[in-house]
Design a protein around this ligand. Structure first.
Ligand SMILES: *[C@@H]1O[C@H](CO)[C@@H](O)[C@H](O)[C@H]1NC(C)=O
Ligand SMILES: *[C@@H]1O[C@H](CO)[C@@H](O)[C@H](O)[C@H]1NC(C)=O
Ligand SMILES: *[C@@H]1O[C@H](CO)[C@@H](O)[C@H](O)[C@H]1NC(C)=O
Ligand SMILES: *[C@@H]1O[C@H](CO)[C@@H](O)[C@H](O)[C@H]1NC(C)=O
Ligand SMILES: CC(=O)N[C@H]1CO[C@H](CO)[C@@H](O)[C@@H]1O
Length: 478
């Protein structure tokens, strides 16, 4: 697979550089936008009740990615984006990193912006990190970003920027304590625009924008909520308002790119980090389950790409892509090559011209820790889940968000085999009727399990307490 990937990668570069009529033969600017907990059924191109005009237009002008997979929760997906490795090979496969635990991506993994800097890129990040902060060496400006404006953890209040008793907002290394009462999406978008306005056009720009929206808590300025006055369920109304706030912020970012003259040479990659969190009114209908589950609703992410360098646009691409692929893909677009050992493969030709994906299989997750062992893989059209698949389970329509479906239904531990080509919504478990296929898939999962790295999951450390650090979550205790 790697050899094929390298060949495709060389082809992809030729396509980029051979494009006629380009004024600037410079490397493309790259806008890598990650939405937080944005569900399959929470974007306008899947659900006309959702108002995302900016994203809809970008998606329709570009290429909608219909089989773009992510991990089941936040830290693992961000691990995949930043390292190009499946989280189970890094040690970050077990849920998310928590503020009180000394958890981080080990230093021997090179992060994507470090590679891009070697290729001459300016690298900036605005938003959520969630890849470890207990030592400065694990934080964004020590892992390849020229600048960082955002937060280390997850789940903070959109107005106070506090999570679990500590302020979590930084400008590079400095604590920001002047934003209490201001909705995060506004000032994060302002910072994004500011970076773009100050950026020298002759330097390639890598802008990593992992947005806070639409993660819990459900908070949004009234004017966004008011777009959905027809929605009865208050939580759902707020969630949708948060989606529209995200959309407006991305509109401001794209407008700034145009004004700065960068847009025509910009490759936009948009993806969610995992499926919608049904408990907080996110929705993945008609897919099964959502965030924190290995069902398709948790792992098949909304995504698209956009840019003038795309050769074929305005269609839905059904090729198999996984979160680990963005590292080598972005690197290839920037004129570099990824490490051979990496799990990710370049999808540059897949997105540029609709070539077949070099990927035929991937690992959804392997975790031996919680609540029981879990493992899931895809090979060709088939998917195997063994152990805990996660909850909420089922096919939950937005109209049914408040009912008991949220926590009842099928058992969440078992063995499932699906043919996703025929059954993308995982209604028909083939484990009993296809015993040979099941054995083959189980053997494959065991093979993958051979490279499992133990989860980084130490007990909470009292040294982390923000009281020891002037009230903010701070590096320095591991
Ligand atoms: C980093 O070190 C760990 C532990 O030795 C190893 O499992 C992993 O493969 C290494 N990763 C890289 C990218 O070198
Ligand atoms: C987008 O820009 C407009 C015009 O500057 C501003 O009024 C609005 O608050 C911005 N929206 C977001 C979400 O930042
Ligand atoms: C809503 O839930 C009810 C009861 O569980 C079920 O009969 C109905 O089909 C569901 N509606 C949708 C649109 O899924
Ligand atoms: C997207 O994938 C689904 C299968 O999950 C398929 O039914 C649908 O036709 C695909 N969309 C397009 C436009 O190809
Ligand atoms: C990014 C970049 O190099 N932009 C340049 C593209 O070319 C025009 C004129 O050909 C310049 O004005 C831009 O600065």
């Amino acid at each position: 697979m790697l050899r094929i990937a390298l060949m495709l990668l060389a082809g992809g570069l030729a396509l980029v550089s051979a494009q006629p009529g380009r004024e600037n033969a410079t490397k493309p600017h790259i806008l890598f936008i990650v939405a937080d907990d944005l569900g399959w059924n929470d974007v306008g191109w899947h659900n006309p009740d959702v108002k995302t005009p900016v994203l809809d237009q970008l998606a329709h002008e570009g290429v909608i990615l219909n089989q773009s997979y992510v991990n089941y929760v936040c830290t693992p997906s961000r691990t995949a984006f930043m390292t190009g490795y499946f989280p189970y090979r890094v040690g970050s496969q077990h849920l998310v990193f928590f503020p009180q635990q000394a958890q981080a991506i080990p230093s021997n993994f090179t992060f994507l912006p470090e590679k891009l800097k070697e290729l001459g890129y300016a690298t900036h990040m605005v938003g959520k990190w969630h890849l470890g902060f207990c030592n400065w060496k694990y934080t964004p400006t020590y892992r390849g970003f020229d600048s960082f404006y955002g937060y280390y953890n997850a789940d903070e209040d959109y107005y106070t920027h506090v999570v679990a008793g500590g302020l979590d907002l930084r400008d590079d290394k400095e604590v920001v304590n002047t934003k209490n009462g201001q909705y995060g999406t506004y000032f994060f978008a302002d910072r994004m625009v500011d970076i773009i306005e100050k950026h020298p056009a002759d330097t390639p720009l890598f802008l990593y924008l992992p947005f806070q929206n639409v993660h819990e808590p459900l908070e949004v300025p009234k004017r966004f909520e008011n777009i959905y006055m027809n929605v009865q369920n208050e939580n759902r109304r707020k969630l949708l308002g948060m989606v529209s706030a995200l959309d407006e912020a991305i509109g401001n970012v794209t407008m700034a790119m145009k004004t700065a003259g960068l847009w025509d040479n910009t490759l936009v990659i948009f993806t969610t980090d995992n499926g919608g969190w049904i408990v907080a009114s996110g929705n993945n209908y008609p897919l099964r389950g959502g965030k924190v589950t290995l069902w398709e609703g948790g792992t098949r992410g909304v995504a698209f790409v956009h840019g003038k360098m795309l050769q074929k646009t305005g269609y839905t691409n059904n090729e198999l892509i996984h979160a680990v692929d963005w590292f080598p893909t972005i690197l290839a677009a920037a004129g570099g090559t990824a490490d051979d050992a990496m799990d990710g493969v370049s999808q540059l030709d897949t997105i540029l011209s609709g070539q077949p994906s070099p990927r035929t299989e991937f690992v959804y997750n392997i975790d031996d820790v919680f609540p029981t062992k879990q493992g899931a893989i895809r090979v060709g059209d088939y998917k195997l889940i063994e152990g805990t698949a996660g909850k909420p389970d089922g096919w939950i329509h937005p109209a049914n968000l408040t009912d008991s479906q949220l926590d009842s239904g099928d058992p969440t531990t078992g063995t499932w085999l699906f043919n996703l080509k025929d059954d993308p919504t995982e209604h028909h478990n083939l484990a009993d009727t296809m015993p040979d296929k099941l054995k083959e898939m189980q053997a494959k999962l065991e093979q993958y399990r051979g490279s499992l790295v133990p989860a980084i999951n130490p007990l909470p450390d009292p040294k982390s307490n923000p009281k020891n650090w002037g009230g903010a979550w701070s590096p320095g205790w591991c």
